[in-house]
Design a protein. Structure first.
Length: 232
């Protein structure tokens, strides 16, 4: 098994030039060429919470399909969290996770088969508050551990954790290994490792990094991160 994953806070398609251009997000994703992508801030914040990358745009200009969670008709995910997988991949199961929070927060989970390998993927965007981040991490970890079916698992997203190893990072580290991708925020001058990829003990991270192309520096205020995963 060898799978490439990526996580990207796309900031609703608004770039560092303050222009909304979802096509630029797809251009950056094409540069990375991952099998599975976790997106954060993928939907508009108000109204119908419509997807920034419309189904038509994804169909015409992307090599992926969105995991359909069926929560909101025009949304691509849940509270801005979305998962994209290669069109050839099979989505075996999926669900949304309700997280404790002062403001609307959630996570998404899917079991995906890529080239005969099945992996569970969790995408998340955690709270700005350290206390709530830890509560959210506990909810996610508990839910995954209690699942009737178990699969090798990758968790990724914007954890909003500025520390190097405390808070929710310590909680996740009990069961997951972190990809040493490097700082991804702010895109123009990255100094913070807010975006993270984590793999369960059945998996091994063989390569990882921050995608810092010229296009990525313009498309969002976060740079996307990526990792290559194999069986341990």
């Amino acid at each position: 098994m060898k799978i490439k994953v990526a996580s990207y806070n796309m900031r609703k398609g608004i770039g560092t030039d303050r222009r909304r251009d979802p096509q630029r997000i797809l251009d950056v994703l094409s540069e990375i060429d991952a099998d599975i992508v976790a997106l954060q801030e993928a939907d508009r914040r108000f109204g119908t919470r419509a997807a920034v990358i419309t189904p038509h745009l994804l169909e015409e200009h992307g090599g992926w399909k969105a995991v359909g969670f069926g929560v909101r008709a025009l949304s691509s995910g849940w509270h801005g969290n979305a998962l994209l997988v290669r069109r050839s991949a099979t989505i075996d199961d999926c669900e949304v996770l309700h997280l404790p929070a002062l403001e609307p927060r959630g996570a998404v989970m899917a079991d995906v088969t890529v080239r005969d390998a099945t992996v569970r993927v969790v995408g998340m965007h955690l709270d700005l508050s350290g206390l709530w981040r830890r509560r959210q991490a506990h909810t996610i970890l508990t839910h995954v551990a209690a699942s009737a079916r178990q699969h090798p698992t990758v968790m990724m997203g914007d954890l909003n954790e500025w520390s190097r190893g405390s808070g929710c990072l310590r909680d996740f580290a009990h069961s997951f290994a972190f990809a040493e991708t490097g700082p991804s925020f702010h895109a123009r001058r990255p100094i913070a490792r807010l975006d993270r990829i984590m793999a369960s003990r059945e998996l091994r991270i063989t390569a990882c990094g921050v995608h810092a192309s010229a296009a990525a520096r313009r498309a969002s205020d976060h740079l996307p991160i990526w990792a290559e995963i194999t069986a341990a």
